[in-house]
Structures are given as C-alpha cells and as structure tokens.
Design a protein around this ligand. Sequence first.
Ligand SMILES: Cc1ncc(COP(=O)(O)O)c(C=O)c1O
Length: 461
Amino acid sequence: MTTTTDSIAGIPRPRLRAIATREAERYATSRPKAAQALKQGAVHWLNGVPMHWMADWPMPHLPLVAKAQGAKLTDIDGHRIDDFCLGDTGSMFGHSPTPVAQAIKAQAARGLTYMLPTEAAMDAGRLLTQRFGDFRWQIATTATDANRFALRVARAVTGRPKVLVFNGCYHGTVDDTMVELANGTTVNRAGLVGQVQDLTKGATVAEFNDLAGVEAALQKGDVAAILTEPVMTNSCMVLPDPGFHQGLRDLATKHGALLIIDETHTISSGLGGYTAVHGLNPDMFVVGKCVAGGMPTAVWGMRPAVADRFAAYNATRADGHSGMGTTLSATAMQCACLSATLAQVMTPENYAHMEAGAERLSSGLAKAIAKHKAPWHVVRVGARVEFICAPGPLRNGSEAHHAHQPEVEAAVHTALLNRGCLIAPFHNMMLVSPATTDRQIDRLIAAFDAILTDLFPESQP
Ligand SMILES: Cc1ncc(COP(=O)(O)O)c(C=O)c1O
C-alpha cells in the first residue's frame, strides 16, 4: 500500500531507522533502574517476562511500574506517564476506580472465593440485564473463556459444528477462531504453538463487510454461530458498512445460526456497548476485560429463547462433565467488583467524559496527520481511538493486514513513551478513561505532532 522498497508508510527507510535508533537510545538511557531490576529478576521468567506478550513491546527493555492511579502510571525510574493503553482495555475505566477499590477492600475482609453466590452476585445479574439487555448471564474469568463457552452452547443448541469468524479477527486465544483466509480458503493461522488440530473442521472464515461471503458460508448449513466484534478492533480498526450488522442478523436468522456479539473492546462505544448504542440484536453477548473495573472477569449471556433451547439440550445430554466452567469464576470478589463497576463506574456521566475526550484526541491526531501530509488516518469507536499508518478507510481484515506497519509503529510508540505517553502495543490504540484529562490528551497530540515533524520534515509549512 504505502510501502515501497525505499519508504514505509510514506517515510524514507533510512530516516525511519535513524529516528528509531535515536528514540531507542533515549529510552534506554533514561531507565537505568528498570534495566538493573530486569537484569536481576527476569532470569527466572521464561523469556524474561511473566507473560510472553510483555516481550512484544517495542522498547529496548520494559519499564517496571511502581504504581498507577486514574490515567497515570509511575515507573520505578520516576517517570510519570500518561496512560492511554490502560491495560489494553482492562483498565479502560481508569486504574483502580474508587468504587472498585472500595469493593475490593470490603470483600477482602469477607473472603475471596467460596463456590457460592453472594448478594453482590444477585445485584450484578440485575445490573447486567439493565445495562446490556435481556440475556441469561454467566460469569467467566476471561473473555477468551466467555467466547469459548458461548460457542459450546451455540454448537449444543444448533447441533452444528462450525463457527463463522471474520478474517483478521481476535476473540482471545480461542482455538476455534485461530483460522484465516488464504486465497479464499479457510486455513489454520500460521504460528500457532503446539496446535495439532485441523481447526477448519470447526470454523469457516469470511471477510468483514462481505455479506455475500457470509451467506455463501451459511448456505452450507453447518454453521452454529457467527462470532464477531461489532467493529474489528484487533485488525487496525475496521468499521462496519452501513447495513452490515442488520445483514448479519438477517442472514443468521434465515440460515438458523446464532449471532454472538463480542463487545470486549467495543464496550468503549458507550453505555451498553455498541449493541445498545447502535441497536444490534444478538442471540448471545460477550464482554470482558474492563467489565469489573480490572478484576479478571468476563460475562456472557444468551437470550431467553436460547436459554430455553439450552435447557432442552441439557435435559437430554448424557451425565458427565459439561466441559465448561473454571474454579475461580463468579467468585465473591469478582461479583463485588462487577456490581460496583456496573452501578457506579459504567455511568452516563463517565461515558460522556470518555466520548468527549476521545473526540478531542481523534480530531487532534487527524489534524496533525493532515498538517504533515502523512498518508495515515484515524478511526474512533467511542472512547477508543486508533491511528493507522496507511490511508483509509479499511474495509476488512485483509486490507488491515496490509495497512499494519510494525516498524513504523515501534518507532512511534517508543518516541511517544519518551515524551510521556503510553499507547497500546501491537497496534496504535488509545483509550480515554473517565480519569483522563484534556491536558493529558493535548500532551499526546503535541507529542504525536512532534514525532510527525521528524518523520515528515519535507511537509513542514
Ligand atoms: C474482542 C476480544 N475478545 C476477547 C478477547 C480476549 O480477552 P482476554 O485476553 O481477556 O481473554 C480480546 C482480547 O484482546 C478481544 O479483543
């Protein structure tokens, strides 16, 4: 797209490399304590980190966090950082929102997990229905698990084997969804560790925004469910065409498949997620990450009609383990945090603040891109903003794949962090929380503008 042998995303390669080197050196020299702590401690972890994704950040080495509050992090070298990554959505409502911190403190005095419900659990169920609609809910610990369990139910009630997902999607590390299109054919994704199964037996892939492709897959009669995000947030950021979601709803109904909407990221859209804001009508609903304010929790729900079908299925299935559920799901602590978040954090006022801040951020970034004549663009879904180092809009996962520019993104991320701004790794995502201030947003815009000045000096006024 915007990559040639001489340039990437409109930037000559030698210039990009020089800037990347300069920023990496600046980063490394400003964090001696982190470098020392990592040298001593990292040896005990596989590849130096307690979770392997942490090794994928682009800086020369990781910062170590001393504390976080609201939308700010402080690292052990004393850098105060404006946090727009927010735990890649886990802390979308800010670090330790006060009602959640209070709920944790109160619950900690009463025990953490019992395999029994609490009054807070009853309250959380009521609030989930109030926020997201009439579903019969279950709690899981991760959105990965929630999607996995939703798929099990979809297969159980339809008696069909396959899930239809979109090329370039991400729904957590759900094996069934780790497939992609290669020349129009569904194949296992490259690079899956230790995967010995032929995943195409349980999955089929279409391109996002391609209703004809969806219908062709559904016509085979073996699809139990379409599983989709309302917006593809894990593949740059791909918005649905007008009518795409209604088309999905109609096709799912016509062909007897269920429609599962995964709102784990699009919960940024506003109160009730993209589903409520845009009037979608899924059969099953999944949301995780920030739903309990950062306490590991996800929820998944099915419409009462699906719950009835599931009850009928359960009445006839053989005795034995369902293959669903995990021990530390629906704990007293999770329920306390879920209830506190739904009642006191996911409020219209907080969403209004997030929306206004994200609009300020996205228009500021777009202005900087236009000023520097960068062949880039910006997309926003409520409180979630992404800049993409390629022209847009993108219509599907294949286009997003070509738009992704890891080398440019790595340099920009490190340069932003050197200027006190943290954005999400792996892509260029920024979140505005209820605690994020206009000053923080303006600092990020100014830092981005300064970096573009270096990357595109020929377009300076
Ligand atoms: C849309 C979507 N669904 C599910 C997940 C999985 O969440 P978790 O890693 O908490 O299991 C993710 C993670 O990024 C996601 O983006």
